[in-house]
Design a protein around this ligand. Sequence first.
Ligand SMILES: C[S@@+](CC[C@H](N)C(=O)[O-])C[C@H]1O[C@@H](n2cnc3c(N)ncnc32)[C@H](O)[C@@H]1O
Length: 354
Amino acid sequence: MSVRISVDLRLDQSAAFEALVEELTTALSRLGMEFQPGADGRVMEGGFEVGRVVRWQPSEAIILEWHAADWEPVDVTSLELHFEPVEDGTRVVLENRGWGNPLGDERNELAGWFASEVAAPLLSAMGPRRLGDWITDRRARCPSGPQGRATYRDPLYHRPNFQAILAVLKLRPDDYLLEVGCGGGAFLHDALESGCKAAAIDHSSDMVKVAHEVNHEAIQQNRLEICEGDAGSLPYLDGIFTCAVMTGVFGFISNPLQALSEIRRVLAPGGRFVLFTGSKELRGTPAAPEPIASRLYFYEPDELEELARKAGFGKVHLEWPDFEPLARAAGIPEEHLELFKGRGGGHLLVASLV
Ligand SMILES: C[S@@+](CC[C@H](N)C(=O)[O-])C[C@H]1O[C@@H](n2cnc3c(N)ncnc32)[C@H](O)[C@@H]1O
């Protein structure tokens, strides 16, 4: 028996091969499997060698000797990835050939295994809930992959928000700034021009990597540290930062009170906090398109104020900066300036500890 699945990619064979190897390495690691690519490569799960590369032919094929069952070491199958030219790109075919009988198949347990472990996850991945979640994560909630890395390395459409935050924060060289959900580190880059020191956290490993690249000088000068982690549990001591920022993140946070309480915890007395969040007028526009918009919470201004007070901020108010001139100065094309007009662009929560 064999399992075979294929997809047509609009990439040439060499690009398709590279993309698959990179994406598969990352995706398997999320599932607890380590793919070591290359001619001597292998796939490990725990201490067990599930797969060993027996053919590594860039742009064409990867073939692994595959052990589906560590309790049946004699059952060796072949796991193959083939890259074939098609009209406008490359067909990638994944095939697991030569399954023995790891299920002890007296009553056709294979139908159950195939339905629950292969077909149902595939159907669900092609349905709106998981597809929408995947797109949201990939592009905004936990960005990854080449497109996400390029977007957040230079997030043109976020630059007006960055400038509005900086105008309120008025950073000084003696400030120690924390950014939660730093994406590709573009805000940090602007903020560090003040001469301040900073730390930042993001739960996407790809974003942490880009933020390191964008801010390598400040990191070398020991003015910046960036780590992978969650907004709900900040890996910092109490009261060490003079100010904190969150921009374009809050609507994705599943426990907002916990995240704000964590920021309050790590701020020093008198510490200030600025949070930018898009307003609900942006729902369904190019700034917050579907399926992201329906997975993003758009806060009413008074909800934000109440949450900040509950989290322990003594002084709290909202501001509606004029984003349009900032958007113009950032070089946003004329036809998109509409998004930044009036109160539609978003608002700032400005809070401090007394
Ligand atoms: C839309 S992006 C904004 C990135 C950046 N602040 C900017 O404006 O360009 C949202 C970022 O928040 C991060 N993020 C979302 N939820 C998070 C959480 N719970 N903990 C840490 N980072 C989070 C994502 O990984 C992503 O980098």
